[in-house]
Design a protein around this ligand. Structure first.
Ligand code: PHE
Length: 448
């Protein structure tokens, strides 16, 4: 085994780290997943529970991951082995590596769709509505047995390419430019969407709760899963990123910044999608294709729509790429240390395996649409269910308990940079009791 802590990458600066963590958080989760999950779970009531999950569970566990990572200077598994040798906490690390494989497998399929749409806009194929409408076009594409595989492959090649040269060189710079551009574009599109006839219905859907929805326990599980997925939480991605951080860089502000930006992104994306959903008469619970159907509707309606389409799908693909990189990095960092592989070997082999695992996820939209597990509609949803609704919250719970109960209080306060402050003590209280109890309740209610 390597000497831990030696020859490991380091972020160039604290800002570089924050941007990388934001790049990990902001991705398909904020636009593709957030919009269809919100649509399926009734809108405003879901959004409310989602925001509570971010505040009560998400931010404290985010801080926990950063703290563990920076303290241990090791990957998701190595961090637990180093800080608590021989203890069962390391299960969270292994679950995290497994989640990285599962999530990236289907993530690359959906990201491939975004790249495909980008290219279609460049070619002008979506400047006018396709023969069987935007929904027909989408379904026709994703159910094809070979075409989506090409784009999924291309996306995985890009992801492997970045992890191959090293996370720092690979993403610190791109995030600085592309993420603000995506934010500006999403705001412009939200303003446009809000100006459409019938937009107010979409605003009401997103902000005036139908309280009866709160009686459905599945809404809570969906919100918890979305919070973990969107914040890149519960699987050691942020432990791994935190481990490339020097000791002198402060943590709490970074955690709040990442969570805040990610949530604002999702809400503005909601304001871009839902007014248009109602204006164009699409069902909000349309499912996983919602964003891919509605956005082309919006561009079709706009002056310069093709240009917006090109820009939007380019930036969405870039955002997906910086998230995919963090997923792959969890597995790659583990294999580099554990098996003494070179970074190049690890990224190519693991990237290749993940591409193969993603093939069934893609075929599940077409020839294999009859296959699914855990009562989910298709293979992507089955993979997403086990990872986002089980592994991530469970991993997050173990991480919370690890700091709350496995660390000495003084160590936790010191290594989180909180010190012995009210905020620090509140954070520990949440990790010890509040977050684990809430996660257990949501599990019990939502899964039984
Ligand atoms: N947070 C990313 C997104 O919203 C996805 C992700 C999940 C990335 C888990 C890393 C770890 O798109």
């Amino acid at each position: 085994m390597n000497d831990l802590g030696n020859n490991r990458e380091q972020w160039g600066s604290r800002l570089g780290f924050i941007l990388a963590a934001m790049g990990s958080a902001v991705g398909l989760g904020n636009i593709w997943r957030f919009s269809y999950v919100t649509g399926e779970n009734g809108g405003a009531a879901f959004l409310l529970v989602y925001i509570l999950c971010i505040l009560l569970i998400g931010i404290p566990i985010l801080m926990a991951e950063f703290t563990i990572g920076r303290r241990a200077q090791s990957d998701a598994v190595g961090a637990f082995e180093k800080l608590a040798p021989g203890k069962p906490w390391v299960a969270a690390g292994y679950m995290g590596v497994a989640s990285a494989f599962i999530i990236l497998s289907f993530y690359a399929v959906v990201a491939g769709w975004a790249v495909y749409y980008f290219v279609q806009y460049v070619l002008g194929n979506l400047s006018a509505p396709p023969e069987d409408g935007y929904a027909g076009f989408f379904v026709g594409f994703i159910s094809n047995s070979t075409q989506p595989l090409f784009w999924q492959f291309l996306f995985m090649v890009l992801t492997v390419g970045i992890v191959f040269v090293g996370v720092k060189k690979g993403i610190e710079k791109a995030n600085k430019i592309l993420m603000p551009l995506l934010a500006i574009l999403v705001i412009i599109l939200a303003v446009y969407s809000l100006s459409l006839d019938g937009a107010s219905e979409g605003v009401a859907f997103l902000f005036s709760p139908d309280w009866s929805k709160l009686l459905d326990p599945e809404v809570y599980l969906a919100a918890l899963g979305q919070a973990f997925f969107s914040l890149s939480l519960g699987m050691g991605a942020l432990i791994t990123y935190g481990s490339y951080l020097k000791k002198e860089h402060k943590l709490p502000g970074a955690a709040v910044g990442v969570a805040g930006l990610d949530t604002i992104f999702a809400i503005i994306a909601g304001l871009m999608i839902f007014p248009a959903v109602f204006a164009f008469g699409v069902a909000p619970d349309e499912g996983a294709g919602l964003a891919f159907i509605i956005l082309p509707e919006i561009f079709g309606d706009m002056a310069l729509g093709q240009l917006y389409g090109i820009l939007f799908f380019f930036l969405l693909s870039a955002a997906a790429l910086s998230s995919a990189v963090s997923l792959l990095e969890v597995a790659v960092a583990f294999f580099i240390r554990k098996f003494d592989w070179s970074r190049k070997k690890a990224s190519i082999i693991i990237g290749g395996i993940i591409f193969l695992l993603g093939i069934p996820a893609s075929l599940g939209n077409g020839v294999w649409s009859h296959i699914s597990f855990f009562g989910q509609p298709d293979i992507i949803d089955s993979m997403d269910f086990i990872a986002s609704k089980i592994f991530l919250p469970l991993g997050g719970m173990i991480i919370a308990l690890f700091i709350g109960w496995g660390w000495k209080k003084a160590d936790a306060l010191e290594h989180s940079d909180f010190g012995d402050t009210t905020l620090g003590n509140l954070w520990l209280f949440v990790l010890k009791f509040v977050a684990p109890v809430l996660i257990v309740i949501v599990f019990v209610a939502g899964l039984l």
